[in-house]
Design a protein around this ligand. Structure first.
Ligand code: PRP
Ligand code: URA
Length: 210
């Protein structure tokens, strides 16, 4: 598993505002979108491309185009939905599939409650979006699901991860082509499975309590 932790002052600045408990939902939403676009730049470094030739007004030019099948972007509902616009801004031609997952807050086990993905993910590059990698349970379930459906490599973009969750994902996906791109790697998980210092409940901060 490859892990990239962003090291850029603009990303840390935006994350710091996101962490602040006084930041309002509208600001939280727009910062989340901006952060994803910045992280997506790194996450798509290995996006599959092919050579193409275009005619400029002056001459022919060799260039690159994103290959087929197009990348599949998979936001994990609910909080991952807040990352979708920021991602498709960077790859507007990507397809989008959805996985609805919720963590049982007593057992911390993830449950898949909704799925809308292409049946066949053979040969697909997938980009999973979820702001929080806490115990890792949700991301492990999402990644396994995509590989079972034929995906060949999975890149996850998360705003914040815990070291415990990251290690769990690494153990669970050994031998698979998995890449994790993070805005920050925090200190630890607390006794109720929250990332410390973290930013609280990402879904609630994006959309309010349900
Ligand atoms: C949050 C978050 C991740 C999960 C992380 O979602 O968006 O999906 O928890 O926790 P884990 O690493 O311990 O599995 P939540 O289950 O709260 O659902 P929501 O997005 O609907 O708020
Ligand atoms: N889910 C969140 O939204 N935040 C955490 O800190 C852990 C899980």
């Amino acid at each position: 598993m490859r892990v990239h932790v962003a090291d850029h002052p603009l990303i840390t600045h935006k994350l710091t505002v996101l962490r602040d408990k006084n930041t309002s939902s509208p600001t939280f939403r727009s910062l989340t979108e901006e952060l994803v676009t910045l992280l997506a730049y790194e996450a798509t470094r290995d996006v599959r491309v092919e050579s193409v030739i275009v005619q400029t007004p002056v001459a022919t030019a060799e260039g690159l185009a994103i290959s087929s099948p197009r990348p599949l972007v998979v936001p994990i509902l609910r909080a991952g939905l807040g990352m979708l616009e920021g991602m498709v801004k960077l790859i507007p031609t990507a397809e989008v599939g959805f996985l609805g997952m919720v963590r049982n807050e007593e057992t911390l086990q993830p449950d898949i409650y909704a799925e809308r993905l292409p049946d066949d993910l053979s040969n697909r590059q997938c980009f999973v979006l979820d702001p929080m990698l806490a115990t890792g349970g949700s991301l492990i379930a999402a990644i396994n699901y995509l590989f079972e459906r034929g995906a060949v490599d999975v890149t996850a973009i998360c705003l914040i991860a815990s070291p415990e969750g990251l290690a769990a994902v690494e153990r669970a996906t050994e031998g698979r082509n998995v890449h994790i791109v993070l805005g920050a790697l925090d200190d630890r998980l607390n006794e109720v499975g929250y990332i410390v210092p973290g930013l609280g409940d990402a879904g609630d901060r994006l959309y309010g309590t349900v």
